[in-house]
Each structure stands twice: as C-alpha cells, then as structure tokens.
Write a new protein. Structure first.
Length: 384
C-alpha cells in the first residue's frame, strides 16, 4: 500500500480519531513499525549476525535524511535526539572566553539550555533577542538583531517556534549572520519533514529529532553541518567506536587492541557508541514516505488543512498566532472566551489529540490528516 495525502490507511493501529499532535510526537505508521520489528526480529534470529543489516538500516536513514536536506549523506550524523545535536556543537566548538552567542527568548529549552551551560563553562557572553518580535514585526526585529551580531561567534534559533508555529525568517537571519561573520545554528525539529529546509539556506548547523515532523520513533535524530564546520568541531564525548578502525581488534586478529588510534572526524566524531539500529531502520522508513510523497505536496496539503480550520476558528472569535510571513504546519489559537486547557480536554474527549504549549491551543496535522476532519473538529468546538 502506498502513502497518499489525507489518507491514514498506513496508520492502521492509530486509535485517536483525529490526531493533531505531530508537533509533539507522531504516531508510528505501519511501515515504521514493520521496519523496527524487522530489525528486532533479525537480532532475535541472528544475534550479532544481524549487524550487517542493522548498519544498512542506519545508512538508509542517513541517506534519506540527506535527500530531504539536499546534501551528501557524509555530511549527516545520526543522533539520539535534537539535544544531542545541539550539545555536540555547544560543547565541540573551540570557544574562547568572551566569545558571544545570541539566543532567543521564547525558544524551546532544548535550544537554550545547552548554550547557557556552555556559556557558563567556557566564559561566553550571552545576548538575547526576542523570538516573538519576528512574528509581530520582522523588519523591526531584524533591525534590533543587527547590533547583537556585532562580534558574535554564533546564533542559535529554532526554524519554527513551538508555541505559535511561527517559521522564523532563516534566510534573512542567516544573511545577517554572514555579514557579521557569525555562524548560524538551527533547531529544525518543528520544521524538518514539512518545510523546505536545506543547505541552500545560509545556515551552518541543523539539528532535529526524528519523532515529530519526520514521523520516526523517539530516540532518533540528526545533525547536519557544512563540511568546513565539521572540521571545527572537537568531539566532546568519545567512546570505543570513536576511533578510526575501531572494530579491527574484534574482527581482524590478535594484537590490534590499541588506545592511541586517531579519533574519527566529521559526523562520525559524534557517533561514538553502539547505534540505535532499530530506531534508524524505522526512521529510514518514515523519511522514505516523506520522500515518496514529496515535501512540496505535503506542505501544500497541510496548508490547505490548516487554512480551513483557521478560517472556521476565526469565524468563531478565536485569535490565531498564524501570520502570512511565517507559516508552518502548526496552527496555534486562543478562544475569545473560556479556558484553553478546558477546551483542549473537551476536544480530547471528542477524539482529537491537541496540545497546549505555553497557553496556546495547538493543532499540528501532517500528511495523513484528511480535510474532512475539519468540519468534525469545528462541530466538536461548537458543542463545547
């Protein structure tokens, strides 16, 4: 069975009638579950003999994500989550005391806390911009960002803000960073898998977890960096597979156990331990579906779904955080009257899975969501 926009046939185990929490955790599709099960069964049958197929699954995941980004697969590292990617850069750069980093208030903590810890440990200067300012007045926000970039080493920003769904102007921010010689790190977990995030943007690093818009399992993620940036990162965590020819002492005879082998470089430098083989097999399957459908088609479909719901909610007096200059797959709203948490609970009782980040009522559909869900959802709101 092939994937089709607006058709959840490949989610045969999903019990929630209207699933709108892809900005939190995507449910596993049948191909994802089957890929993970096959990897586990291979281990059950063969033990270590399954290693070759496990490695192939990891490389498929790397290759599929690289295709989404439009980059060579050797520029992509497989991680356990977004935080691992953020931390690899926050701890791996050759910081000098007094180096300046620019962070954004309102960001999800995964793209703030590792940088603050690095600032404390390495004596960095932290400057703050306001993420919400870019949604309200992007030109003014960019003007206010410019002086913060003077002398800055790195800027860390999310591609999409988790509360409002606002897609940050990465092109403009990246160009401003380049004018000032600053590197740009992007937390892409709320955009990768839907929005056209690629190496064509003026960014230096991009990290994402696999369990949201990539529709893979928990415990998977990726980090991409431009080749010249990989050469600047020092591994902050090293283990036995961090060494070049790290497997040789197990497979190629006697006398090869050494601790002085050079550490691997590039993406391999942060993949130092045993890989999440079952998770990678599942991630390869989920991203494979995205590639099959095509991101432009997925983005258009999700946009039509969100447009329809937003129009209905605005007619009912809701306030929407969505703006034309920064749309994503997220629609965040507030009712004219009533309690957001109470309304979310009411919708869940009527079969719609939604979230309430920071006081917003958040809807996050993806490619399986059908347009005919919208009238059902609006009817549930009317009956609330």
């Amino acid at each position: 069975m092939r994937a089709r926009l607006g058709d959840r046939s490949l989610f045969s185990r999903l019990e929630v009638p209207i699933y709108l929490d892809h900005a939190a955790v995507s449910p596993a599709s049948d191909p994802v579950l089957e890929a993970m099960t096959d990897a586990m069964q291979a281990g059950a049958r063969l033990g270590i003999g399954a290693m070759h197929s496990w490695l192939e699954g990891s490389e498929r995941a790397r290759s599929n994500v690289a295709s989404l980004l439009g980059v060579p697969s050797e520029e992509v590292a497989l991680t356990g989550n977004t935080s691992q990617g953020v931390t690899a850069v926050a701890r791996g750069l050759d910081w000098q005391p007094g180096d300046r980093i620019v962070l954004f208030r309102g960001e999800f903590p995964a793209n703030v806390t590792p940088w603050l810890l690095a600032a404390s440990d390495f004596g960095l200067e932290v400057r703050w911009a306001e993420a919400e300012a870019f949604r309200l007045d992007p030109e003014a926000a960019l003007a206010e960002l410019e002086p913060l970039l003077e002398g800055a080493r790195l800027v860390a920003v999310s591609a999409v803000q988790f509360q409002t769904g606002f897609a940050m102007p990465l092109e403009a921010i990246g160009q401003a960073c380049r004018r000032h010689g600053a590197e740009l790190f992007v937390d892409a977990i709320q955009g990768l898998g839907l929005l056209p995030l690629s190496a064509d943007l003026p960014i230096d690093y991009l990290a994402a977890g696999g369990h949201k818009w990539l529709m893979g399992p928990l415990g998977t993620g990726i980090l991409w960096a431009r080749p010249e940036r990989w050469t600047e990162l020092r591994p902050h965590h090293a283990s036995w597979l961090s060494h070049q020819d790290g497997l040789s002492f197990l497979m190629e005879g006697e006398g090869l156990l050494r601790y002085d082998r050079p550490l691997r470089t590039g993406p391999a430098s942060i993949e130092g331990g045993v890989a999440n083989a079952t998770g990678h097999a599942a991630l390869a399957a989920s991203v494979g579906l995205l590639l099959e459908l095509g991101l432009p088609a997925i983005e258009e479909h999700v946009g039509r779904w969100v447009d329809a719901l937003e129009l209905g909610l605005l007619e009912r007096g809701f306030t929407s955080a969505r703006v034309a200059h920064g749309r994503s797959g997220i629609l965040s709203v507030k009712p004219a009257e009533g309690d957001v948490l109470g309304l979310a609970g009411h919708l869940r009782e009527r079969g719609a899975s939604v979230s309430t980040p920071d006081g917003w009522l958040r809807f996050a559909p993806h490619w399986p969501n059908a347009l005919d869900e919208v009238p059902t959802l609006l009817d549930a709101i009317d009956r609330g």
